[in-house]
Design a protein around this ligand. Structure first.
Ligand code: CTP
Ligand code: MG
Length: 229
C-alpha cells in the first residue's frame, strides 16, 4: 500500500544555534534535509512528498535537490508560524484518500521497516504513531520541588512519523483551527476528537536534531550504520 508524506522543514533551528536552518547542516557531507528526503525518495510505497519550507530557504533547498540528484518530484508549500501551521498548509494540498505520514525533516534516521509498520497500522486503525519507552525516571517539579514521581512503565517518548487516515487528520486540523488549539504533535489533535491512537514501538536511533549535542549522537549513529552495511 502507498502513502503520502508531509515533511515540516520550515523551522528556524533556534535551539541548534547554527545561525541558519539546522536542516542545512551536513552529516558526512550530506545536509540533514537530504538524508531525510532520501529515505522517502527510495521508498516505492511513498507516492508524494510535500515539504513545508520557509521562503528564505527556498532557493537553497531547491539547489540541494539538484546537487544531490534527488529525482523524485518534491512538492513545496510555504511554512507557517508554528509547526502545526506548516503542516496544515501542506495538508491542504494532499490527495484526500489513503494514509498520510507527518515526519519531522529533522529526524534523518527513520528506517523503512518502521515506516512500513506504521503505515500498515494506520490503515487498519486510522491513527498510529512511533515512539519508544522512556528510560529515565520522570518527576514532576513545581517551583524547584518534586511533587510527583510519574509511574514510568506507562510513559513513552513520542517521535515521528505519525500516520493517519487522511480524512481523520484533516478533520482534526479543521477542529483545531476552529478551537484555536495548538498541540505539541499531530496525534494530540486527533486524540482530542476522542479517536484512539495506536503506539508502534520504534528505536532510540530515530532522534530529532534539536541542540548541538545531538550532532555528536548523529555522527555516532552514522558510524554504527557504516559498520552494519
Ligand atoms: N517546523 C516547521 N515550521 C515551523 C516550525 C518547525 O516546519 N514553523 C519544522 C522544523 O523545520 C523541524 C520540525 O518542524 O523539521 C520540528 O521542529 P523543531 O525541532 O522545533 O525545529 P525548529 O523549529 O527548526 O527548531 P527550534 O524550535 O529550536 O527553533
Ligand atoms: Mg521548533
Amino acid at each position: 500500500m502507498t502513502y503520502q508524506v508531509i515533511l515540516p522543514a520550515a523551522g528556524q533551528g533556534k535551539r541548534m544555534g547554527a545561525g541558519k536552518n539546522k536542516l542545512l547542516l551536513e552529516l558526512n557531507g550530506v545536509p540533514v534535509l537530504i538524508h531525510t528526503l532520501r529515505v522517502f525518495e527510495q521508498d516505492k510505497a511513498c507516492s508524494k512528498i510535500i515539504v513545508a519550507l520557509h521562503p528564505q530557504d527556498e532557493k537553497e533547498f531547491k539547489d540541494l535537490l539538484i546537487k544531490f540528484h534527488v529525482t523524485k518530484a518534491i512538492h513545496f508549500v510555504p511554512g507557517g508560524k508554528e509547526r502545526q501551521d506548516s503542516i496544515y498548509n501542506a495538508l491542504k494540498t494532499v490527495e484526500t484518500v489513503g494514509v498520510i505520514l507527518v515526519h519531522d525533516a529533522a529526524r534523518p534516521f527513520i528506517c523503512k521497516e518502521h515506516i512500513d509498520r506504521l503505515t500498515q497500522m494506520a490503515e487498519e486503525t486510522g491513527a498510529a504513531i512511533l515512539g519508544v519507552p522512556v528510560k529515565d525516571t520522570i518527576k514532576k517539579v513545581q517551583d524547584g520541588t518534586v511533587v510527583e514521581t510519574v509511574e514510568r512503565s506507562s510513559l513513552w517518548a513520542v517521535q515521528t512519523p505519525q500516520a493517519f487516515r487522511i480524512s481523520l487528520l484533516m478533520e482534526a486540523y479543521q477542529r483545531a483551527e476552529i478551537d484555536h488549539y495548538l498541540g505539541t504533535d499531530d496525534a494530540s489533535l486527533v486524540e482530542r476528537l476522542g479517536y484512539p491512537v495506536t503506539m508502534v514501538e520504534g528505536d532510540y536511533d530515530n532522534i530529532k536534531l534539536t541542540t548541538p549535542e545531538d550532532l555528536y549522537f548523529a555522527e555516532a549513529i552514522l558510524e554504527k550504520r557504516k559498520h552494519l552495511e
